[in-house]
Design a protein around this ligand. Sequence first.
Ligand SMILES: [Fe+2]
Length: 258
Amino acid sequence: MTGRGATTVWHEENIKRTFEWSAGAIFAIPLNVSCQHFNVSKDEPVRLLAGTNMPHLMNLFHNEDFIFRNPFRFHDRFSNDADYFRHNKRLTVRSWETNLIQDVNAFPLDDYPMKGKGVRIMRFGIAGTTYGCHIQEFPVGSRSTFHRHGPGAIVTVTQGTGFAMVWREGEERRRFEIRPGSIYSPGDLMYHGHFNTGHTTMRHFAMRGRSPKYSQDRYRTPLHDMIPFEEEPPEIHKEYLEELAENGITEAVSVVKE
Ligand SMILES: [Fe+2]
C-alpha cells in the first residue's frame, strides 16, 4: 500500500474540516455530509476501498431523491467538531470507538483466544455508523478456527502471508494464497479460516455486520456457527503444521486450546 492524502468534510453552512491520511488508514465519512478526497503525494496513485450499506437503502426506499438529495443533518454524528478525527475511546474489551485509524497495522489489539491461540482483534464503532468492521491479527505460526455467517463480509489482507480456506457443507474444501492487498469475501454460510504461514505477523481488515456500539447484543453471544478446533477435520491442522515446518517456522502457536 502506498500514497497519502487528505479528506475534507463539511455541512454547507459550516467551515470545512480536513484530516490527513496515508497508506493503511481507515476512516468513515459521517453520514450525509459533503466530502472531497485529495491525493497529496507527488507521484503515487492512491486507492480507497469503501464499504457501504447503500444496497439496503436502495432496496428499502427505492427513491434516489430521498437518498441522494436529502438535506437532513445528523448532528448527533457530526457537529463540525474540530477534534472529530482525533476522537478515540475504548468501548469494551475488543471494541473501540474512533473516527480515524492512522495505520491498520499499528493499532493495538486485544487477545481473542476463542478464535485461536495468539489471535488478536479490535472491533470498531466508526463515525457513528451502524456498519461493522474489525482488525484481526495472527502471529507467526498461528491460525484461526473456522466459522460461517451470512454473505457480504469483505476481508482485506494488510500484512503478512498465508492462506485462507473455505468450504460449504457438503462441498470440497478450497484454499487460496493471501498476501498484503488480497481481498476476499466468504460466501453465504461458507466456512472460512485464516492461516499465517509466513515469517511475520499476518493482519487483515474486515468489513462486516453491525457496529459494536449500536448492536451490543451481537457481540455478547458466543461466536456463532464456529467449528471448535477439536471437531474440525484433523488433516487440516496436520497439513498446516507440515507447511510451517517446510517454511522453517518452528514456533507454532496455533493450537487453539491447551
Ligand atoms: Fe467471518
